[in-house]
Design a protein around this ligand. Structure first.
Ligand SMILES: [Mn+2]
Length: 201
């Protein structure tokens, strides 16, 4: 399934597929734009199937109800509601439109990469582990952004090959970038989510 969203400040395209043979995906994503910020989140529930989906969607519901909070607080709230579930790995980006800063917080292997229009690649430092209600502290990394910056969030259903970097060009739309991915990715043995966003103003 491919979903394209044209928001006021960013274009987003998402590729989302369940593991082969499963009726549901244990990955989930959420995006929202307000007057002040844009938030994007991708989660991967541990394992696959219904219990993974339940954990990932519990995290998304918590984000949906609290996206105005700072991302460390949102991570903490997600962690708490995930007690008793399989747990999830989660990455949240929150873009402060006024300050032109992206805030990044993460636990586990939802990978995030930024492609600057200059060609510079920025990879924030990931944290190990997953959220399942155990006490945890969260970090926020702050990255300035500019028009035409592309961000890429993906779950471990994608085995990233270094040659895929050439798929990203700041001249192109997220829709086109996702289309190129669908031509090259092999069928995966895990739920797969690829979220590509581009700052348009
Ligand atoms: Mn996975």
């Amino acid at each position: 399934m491919i979903e394209n969203q044209r928001l006021k400040h960013v274009d987003i395209s998402v590729y989302h597929e369940a593991k082969k043979g499963n009726w549901c995906s244990g990955d989930a994503f959420y995006t929202i734009e307000t007057d002040d910020y844009i938030l994007c989140a991708v989660a991967d529930g541990l394992g696959s199937g219904e219990q993974a989906m339940e954990a990932a969607s519990a995290a998304m519901t918590e984000i949906k109800n609290n996206h105005d909070m700072d991302i460390e607080t949102i991570m903490d709230r997600c962690n708490k509601v995930l007690f008793g579930t399989r747990g999830v790995v989660l990455t949240i980006l929150k873009m402060d439109i006024q300050a032109e800063i992206i805030e990044y917080s993460n636990v586990g292997n939802i990978t995030c990469t930024f492609y600057r229009p200059s060609g510079e690649l920025v990879r924030p430092v990931p944290s190990r582990g997953y959220l399942c209600g155990k006490k945890k502290t969260f970090k926020t990394e702050r990255i300035p952004y500019e028009k035409d910056l592309i961000f890429f969030l993906y779950s471990d259903g994608l085995i990233f090959d270094a040659k895929y970097h050439s798929i990203f060009s700041s001249k192109d739309s997220p829709t086109l970038i996702i289309e190129r991915f669908t031509n090259v990715i092999k069928s995966s043995n895990d739920d797969t989510t690829l979220l590509v966003g581009k700052v348009i103003q």
